[in-house]
Write a protein that binds this ligand. Structure first.
Ligand code: NAP
Length: 324
């Protein structure tokens, strides 16, 4: 794969990848860790691309990592891996601790060879409000290491982990995904699994997958071409709603955030949740009060939904927003 993040659409699997080796994994049988954080393996940067335009704030990189040759490193959609940045933490004098990131590729990887994993990383910078400039001393160690990586660089990784944010087993269950910014990562893996890679789960899927994504500007839309492709190919099963906060406003003149997009569709969201839809949230913690408030407005006259929200809240806090 070159430095592009784009997948080969609908090409099916290369003959070398056997269905049985990758399709044995499911929600009840998640892949075991291929490496523990205390014994990480060395992956190689295969491709790295800034996927937002220069007018969008900051850098967001799509990074594809290749696992060591001959090593089986399975993961499934919705899981996370840890990256261990090189060097020592000057505060402790010890090796840096692992940082957890959501996996942005589906289990076959972007090149469908089943030996890569992709991440979606925003470069974390620290804005000093007193100095009114960035303080490089306080920038995010791991995100900067990853965003500065070059093809061929080595990255220590461990994992996979995570059992709470997996796709529903029921092929008829709707999947509602609500994310801000790089919180898109696990949802991209879902969308690749359901609409872009050829597999039985995709062929059987009869529900609606509905993505709500909040970004600051149009140039910050993440994986827009892939989602447009999925929507064109599966108009009855996939839809996407963007909230572009610095370009769109609500009727009262406030920024249109992802919770506003959800609220505009709340009747259908509630109806689908009553019918067993799974709802997932990933991204900035700040979106949650607005989202819960928007959904709670419908709860008084919707007891089934109220019950569902209890489960949702539980999952939310188990997953830990902002935890990358
Ligand atoms: P971002 O680009 O800074 O923000 C995305 C959008 O959210 C912007 O439009 C922003 O609007 C809006 N927003 C800000 N405050 C909001 C609020 N209170 N309610 C609703 N929307 C709000 O996002 P980011 O820097 O990519 O951060 C994404 C978060 O996802 C991070 O906290 C990251 O830790 C987390 N995450 C990342 C991963 C991963 O694998 N990389 C996985 C899971 C979670 P304005 O800026 O215009 O106000």
């Amino acid at each position: 794969m070159d430095s592009q993040y784009k997948t080969r659409y609908a090409n099916g699997l290369p003959a070398a990848v056997t269905l049985t080796s990758m399709e044995q994994w499911n929600n009840n049988n998640v892949p075991p860790m291929f490496a523990k954080p205390t014994a990480p393996i060395e992956a190689t940067v295969l491709g790295i691309t800034d996927i937002i335009t220069p007018d969008a704030p900051g850098d967001i990189m799509h990074i594809a990592l290749k696992f060591p040759d001959g090593m089986d490193c399975p993961y499934i959609e919705g899981q996370s891996i840890s990256v261990i940045p090189p060097g020592e933490d000057p505060k402790t004098g010890r090796a840096f601790k692992p940082r957890l990131y959501s996996i942005a590729s589906a289990r076959y990887g972007d090149d469908e060879k089943a030996n890569t994993i992709s991440l979606c990383i925003r470069r974390a910078v620290f804005w000093d409000p007193e100095l009114k400039k960035e303080d490089p001393e306080k920038k995010g160690v791991c995100s900067n290491f990853l965003c500065d990586a070059k093809i061929g660089d080595k990255v220590m990784v461990s994992g996979p982990v995570g059992k709470t944010m997996l796709l529903p087993e029921d092929p008829n269950a709707d999947v509602i995904m609500v994310g801000t910014g790089t919180g898109i990562a696990p949802f991209r893996s879902f969308i690749h699994r359901l609409f872009i890679n050829d597999n039985e789960q995709a062929r059987n899927f009869k529900g609606k997958a509905w993505l709500f994504l909040g970004v600051p500007v149009t140039g910050g839309l993440l994986y827009q071409d892939e989602f447009a492709h999925a929507k064109a190919a599966y108009p009855d099963n996939f839809d996407v709603e963007y909230a572009i906060s610095r370009e769109q406003t609500n009727a009262d003149g406030t920024k249109r955030y992802v919770q506003n997009a959800l609220l505009e569709n709340v009747d259908e969201v509630v109806r689908r949740m009553d019918n067993g839809a799974h709802i997932y949230f990933c991204g900035l913690r700040g979106m949650m009060p607005g989202i819960l408030e928007a959904l709670e407005n419908c709860m008084d006259d919707c007891s089934v939904f109220q019950e569902r929200m209890k489960e949702v809240s539980f999952l939310l806090f188990m997953y830990g927003l902002d935890g990358r």
